[in-house]
Design a protein around this ligand. Structure first.
Ligand code: OAD
Length: 270
């Protein structure tokens, strides 16, 4: 597997609508999909790996990146999410992440039913459950998940530009913070993702891959579905650039589709 630096797909795959898109009731679809996955698993209860993106946090009140009203509509990636942007205009880059950090701590931003369902799955599934998230928010942890890999960094941390030291950080950060050499602990475009070896091992060991709320447009995450064997399910409100690569798709808000799916899996796990 080639774990490259962060890269936006230059050409998008063909969207394929799937049978599960014809949903009548989200919970009915969720249970049917879980049962189909359980039939594929047979008596096995393999390690589960879950890739999450901005969509899982949308119902918690955090903006996604793409699409109408998304973060990249109001900001150019080249201005706020590259090392060059930070060298050129650190004030603007810090302001962008300070706003995100502050929003994440707002009283109305809470983990939603999808985050909670994943935490429940981790506590009940007989083998390991690992969340690999592209999200820099902390809603998985606040929802109760313990086994979380933040491949694109974390908003609530800052990193020293020279030593690489990472610190928890709750307030604004700028060019005057501490010794003035601190940056957001965020993986910018052109930089290497975090924890590549652990991610490769986790994907290889998994027998069920769930992908929740990501547009499938940023690599290497968008290619993870090709690195796993076994059953795979995509959860999204609409077909994405990578839908065709999944065995199953559940279309609807993750907070509506995921709890029923997880509940059905857990019942099978005993
Ligand atoms: P995007 O904003 O590109 O995509 C969000 C996806 O979530 C879309 O496919 C939506 O259809 C879907 N979605 C929205 N609401 C949903 C809901 N309630 N339930 C389920 N799905 C929903 O976000 P990502 O794919 O996460 O990187 O973006 C990947 C990376 O690109 C981000 O980590 C960020 C960005 O540039 C960095 O900034 C380092």
């Amino acid at each position: 597997m080639h774990l490259r630096s962060l890269d936006i797909a230059s050409s998008l795959g063909v969207h394929r609508s799937c049978a599960a898109a014809r949903h009548i009731l989200p919970t009915v679809d969720s249970v049917c999909t879980a049962n189909a996955v359980l039939r594929e698993l047979g008596d096995n209860r393999p390690p589960i790996v879950i890739l999450t993106g901005a969509g899982i946090s949308a119902e918690s009140g955090l903006m996604t990146f793409r699409g109408n009203g998304g973060l990249w509509e109001g900001h150019r990636v080249e201005d706020v999410a590259t090392p060059e942007a930070f060298m050129r205009n650190p004030e603007l880059v810090h302001r962008f992440y300070n706003e995100r950090r502050s929003r994440l701590q707002a009283a109305d931003v809470e983990p939603n039913a999808a985050h909670m369902a994943l935490a429940m799955l981790e506590s009940r599934w007989p083998t390991s459950v690992t969340v690999i998230t592209q999200n820099v928010d902390n809603l998985h942890e606040r929802g109760g998940s313990a086994n979380v890999i933040h491949m694109h960094g974390e908003l609530m941390k800052i990193r020293h530009a020279d030593t690489g030291e990472v610190r928890h950080w709750q307030v604004d950060c700028d060019a005057t913070t501490l010794d003035g050499r601190w940056r957001p602990h965020i993986v910018w475009f052109g930089e290497a993702i975090l924890e590549p070896e652990i991610i490769t091992e986790t994907l290889r060991a998994a027998g069920l891959f769930l992908c929740i709320g990501t547009a499938g447009q940023v690599y290497p995450a968008a290619g993870f579905v090709h690195e796993t064997v076994g059953a795979s399910v995509e959860f999204n409100i609409e077909p994405t650039a990578i839908t065709a690569a999944f065995g199953h798709s559940l279309h609807g808000p993750a907070a509506a589709t995921l709890p029923g799916f997880v509940e059905a899996l857990m019942m099978a796990a005993g």
